[in-house]
Design a protein around this ligand. Structure first.
Ligand SMILES: NC(=O)c1ccc[n+]([C@@H]2O[C@H](COP(=O)([O-])OP(=O)(O)OC[C@H]3O[C@@H](n4cnc5c(N)ncnc54)[C@H](O)[C@@H]3O)[C@@H](O)[C@H]2O)c1
Ligand SMILES: Cc1c(CN(C)C(=O)CCc2cnc3c(c2)CCC(=O)N3)oc2ccccc12
Length: 266
């Protein structure tokens, strides 16, 4: 009997079998959760339906988080299918290409900043607001962040600002839903994952170099995988984490906690 038995969870952000959300879905399925999925744009429906079928699910929803109406409709439809459910994973991030490459100021624009914050930060509490009527007591909300929220990391640029906002939203959302008017305890947390070669990472300048530097400096001397992240996500989504909320959990092999000057490097 898995530790997510009986839980009904929506997983956003599965785009390929290298997606972090795919690793999360696999771990949650292994622990007995019932899953639903969202995708962006009709052209992905078949692919996401196949991923859903891998996890015993037929529930897939088209939702571009740039549109409040689509967020509302997704949760109305999910509520119609499930009645109530137990949480969701927000595994969504986007900024225009010029906002995450090269010189921070050269790539900075009002529109790029707006888009990055709209898609990568606003959408998490916005999803929570729309989902709230359908969430059971002991529900758990989870988003994905990156160290670029706290530290300036070459090229991450405007996305770092959006992730800082996303991590602040974890704290404010946790306060807002920790004990609802009708007495439900709902938790909100983030996982700050180390760099992983996914589609969102493809085309990023020097990403391969970054992966190598992190693997060499991290205490575990390796990069993390979508399984590493998936297992911690399954824990945070479960009642085993009943006392954990407003927290950013690092799944990065320890990289963020070291000076990056490991003995065998200097
Ligand atoms: N890959 C990494 O190195 C890494 C590290 C830390 C955090 N993250 C974060 O993990 C999350 C998932 O990224 P990934 O690395 O799995 O890449 P990915 O490309 O597999 O997933 C990104 C997802 O964002 C979705 N998305 C983009 N714009 C959207 C929109 N307008 N509406 C709805 N969905 C939208 C895409 O459909 C895709 O499924 C992102 O928040 C990313 O910032 C990634
Ligand atoms: C790690 C890391 C990542 C992965 N990560 C944590 C991310 O959050 C990726 C976010 C992302 C947001 N927007 C876009 C893209 C990726 C590529 C495609 C596109 O057009 N827009 O991206 C980086 C960019 C620069 C430096 C490090 C990283």
């Amino acid at each position: 009997m898995g530790f997510l038995a009986g839980k009904k969870l929506l997983i956003t952000g599965v785009l390929s079998n290298r997606s972090i959300a795919y690793g999360i879905a696999r771990a949650c399925h292994q622990q007995g959760a019932e899953l639903a999925f969202s995708y962006v744009g009709e052209r992905f429906k078949d692919r996401i339906s196949e991923f859903a079928a891998e996890f015993g699910s037929k529930l897939v929803f088209d939702c571009d988080v740039a549109d409040d109406a689509q967020i509302e409709k997704m949760f109305e439809d999910l509520g119609a299918a499930w009645g109530k459910f137990d949480g969701f994973v927000h595994s969504i991030g986007f900024a225009p290409r010029e906002a995450i490459a090269g010189n921070f100021l050269e790539g900075l624009s009002r529109e790029g900043f707006r888009i990055a914050h709209d898609i990568s930060a606003y959408s998490f509490p916005a999803m929570a607001k729309a989902a709230l009527p359908y969430l059971n007591d002991k529900s758990s909300l989870l988003t994905l962040s990156y160290l670029g929220a706290l530290r300036s990391i070459p090229n991450y640029n405007t996305m770092g600002l959006a992730k800082a906002s996303l991590e602040a939203s974890v704290r404010y959302l946790a306060e807002a839903v920790g004990r609802t008017q009708d007495g439900r305890a709902i938790r909100a947390n983030g996982i700050s994952a180390g760099p992983i070669k996914t589609l969102a990472a493809s085309g990023i300048k020097d990403f391969g170099k970054l992966l190598g530097r992190v693997a060499d400096a991290a205490p575990l001397r390796r990069n993390v995988t979508i399984e590493d992240v998936g297992n911690v996500a399954a824990f945070l989504l479960s009642d085993l984490a009943s006392g954990v909320t407003a927290e950013i959990t690092y799944v990065d092999g320890g990289f963020s906690q070291t000076a990056g000057l490991s003995a065998d490097q200097v």
